[in-house]
Ligand binder design. Structure first.
Ligand code: TXA
Ligand code: MG
Length: 318
């Protein structure tokens, strides 16, 4: 039985799961989250796999309090004001990622920024404290389905894809957190959610600019932080390596080359490959080469999201 009542004992078992790199679904005041250790690339890759997400969107990282948040992000004065006013609560802040943060690259899709929130829910808080890990947690549903507000919804949707579901009854809001970019002094609304924009404006005494329209569609995709794009050009489906290219390899059979090579997974494991993807792209980009050749990557499972990301990295830039 995957659903367990969130007793003290169950929460410490769940915390073990998290520290072992496994996934746990847990209630927050907004919706149920599918949580994994945000410092563990494989755990974060497993979240994408369980959700069947065809893309690597950056995920929200949950922490116990503002002090823990400061381990991962550079707080602007605006960020401090918002955190003090709304945490714990249903406001997520996008902030510049701190150099000392040990969050994995996949959780922020290789971006220089990170989305953080402190949940206002006793079970989420107890799990964060027991696991002593920041928790990456998107809503605990399969990609394209509605967000779960009860433990049964998670079970119906994800079934065996999640080992443990902590049952804390129905969630209070039933709507995801509001996301605000607080990297500069002007707040930008990135996603509408449980905290109305007007409430934030009233607290700040300042209007908030909107990167989203009423239907939550980005007004201009350029307004939203784009995914990390390497400086080097990217050549996909490479079965050999040209002069001057670095190689992003996959699997046991790697073509010979004198240039830099990083293998995403020598055993051909897509979860391992996803966990390594952004750090590998970044590392090859920082080597002296101007071109990165990428070996073919299978398209099943997480391979779909990996290939999506690589196609974006290879697309011509304006
Ligand atoms: O209510 C919630 O926020 C729920 C519960 C479980 O806490 N969590 C949730 O997380 O909705 P998630 O990971 O699905 O939210 C991801 C969204 C992305 O689609 C993106 O819009 C935004 O958060 N996001 C994450 N990191 C970002 C970043 N660095 N820059 C801009 N947006 C970011
Ligand atoms: Mg969702």
């Amino acid at each position: 039985m995957a659903i367990v009542k969130a007793t003290k004992g169950a929460i410490s078992v769940a915390a073990e799961h998290i520290r072992d790199g496994r996934l746990v679904a847990f209630p927050t005041e907004t919706v149920y989250g599918l949580g994994g250790d945000a410092t563990n690339g494989k755990a974060v890759a497993a979240i994408f796999e369980a959700k069947g997400r065809p893309r690597f969107n950056p995920l929200i990282v949950h922490v116990a309090d503002i002090e823990s948040a400061k381990d991962h992000a550079e707080f602007t004065p605006l960020g401090i004001r918002l955190a003090e006013a709304f945490w714990p609560g249903a406001l997520t802040l996008v902030l510049r990622r701190s150099d000392k943060s040990d969050l994995c690259d996949l959780v922020s899709a290789g971006l220089e920024t990170i989305a953080l929130r402190v949940p206002d829910h006793p079970i989420a808080q107890a799990l964060l404290k027991a696991a002593v890990r920041p928790l990456a947690a998107p809503s605990a549903n399969r990609s394209g389905r509605v967000s779960p507000t009860q433990a049964e919804h998670v079970h119906n949707d994800l079934g065996d894809r999640v080992g443990l579901i902590l049952d804390g009854g129905p969630t209070a809001h039933g709507l995801e957190s509001t996301i605000v970019d607080a990297t500069a002094e002007t707040p930008v609304l990135l996603r509408t959610g449980a905290v109305p924009a007007e409430t934030i404006e009233a607290v700040l005494g300042q209007s908030i600019s909107r990167a989203v329209d009423a239907d939550d569609k980005p007004q201009s995709p350029g307004q939203l932080a784009s995914h990390y794009a390497p400086d080097a050009t990217v050549r996909l489906g490479a079965t050999d390596v040209h002069e001057g290219e670095a190689l992003l390899a996959f699997g046991p059979e790697v073509p010979a080359t004198a240039g830099p090579v990083i293998n995403l997974s020598a055993t051909g494991d897509l979860i391992e490959a996803a966990a390594n993807l952004f750090a590998a792209l970044r590392a090859l980009d920082q080597s002296d080469v101007k071109k990165i050749a990428v070996m073919p990557i299978p398209k099943h499972g997480l391979g779909e999201a990996i290939n999506d990301r690589l196609r974006r990295a290879a697309a011509p830039r304006s």
